[in-house]
Design a protein around this ligand. Structure first.
Ligand code: ZN
Length: 188
């Protein structure tokens, strides 16, 4: 995937400033196009990354209990409004004999977050990628995020969070799902 075209992005930000009635040559705005471009290339860095790089190493291990990493902080970009949504992901799986390094779960969340997204798809992409790499259906992902597009415009509700979940294999069974949610300390 290509890196961000900085020249083009800067020209677009400058154009946007003019479109909203600003003077892009006044002192406070002079560096804004390049600042916004640098920020965007960070927020969208997952587009030029390669996910398999983070996931190729799995380990064989005799372990068939639930493994969970909770409170993985992430920032993603709402593709409808191009404003960030910020929250926490909680990821769990039951090993079929394969495990991956726990920090790889963070990298996976990061990778899929850093691109234009909707939270529902983000949750599913993380879950499906894990199912593939761990060769098991038994994967759950729970995401809880605040969307700046909801907090700052329209209904201006800055206290609401959006919750999305992905439950595969055994996590669709009542008791496994309940155990997962108990670890989350959430009654859902
Ligand atoms: Zn939005």
């Amino acid at each position: 995937m290509p890196e961000i075209d900085a020249k083009r992005a800067e020209a677009a930000v400058r154009e946007l400033l003019i479109a909203v009635g600003e003077d892009p040559d006044r002192e406070g705005l002079l560096d804004t196009p390049s600042r916004v471009t640098r920020m965007w290339s960070e927020l969208l860095s997952g587009m030029s990354d390669d996910p398999s790089r983070h996931l190729e190493r799995t380990f064989e291990i005799d372990h068939d209990e639930m493994v969970m990493v909770r409170d993985i902080e992430f920032t993603s970009m709402c593709e409808h409004h191009m404003l960030p949504f910020i929250g926490k992901a909680h990821v769990a799986y039951i090993s079929s004999g394969k495990v991956i390094g726990l920090s790889k779960l963070n990298r996976l969340v990061e990778y899929f977050s850093k691109r234009p997204q909707v939270q529902e798809r983000l949750t599913m992409q993380i879950g499906k990628a894990l199912q593939t790499v761990l060769q098991t259906q038994d994967v759950a992902v729970f995401m809880d995020a605040k969307h700046l597009c909801v907090a700052s415009r329209g209904v201006k509700d800055d206290s609401s969070n959006t919750i999305t979940g992905f439950y595969g294999g055994k996590f669709q069974e009542e008791n496994t799902k309940a155990e997962f949610l108990k670890y989350l300390d959430i009654n859902a």
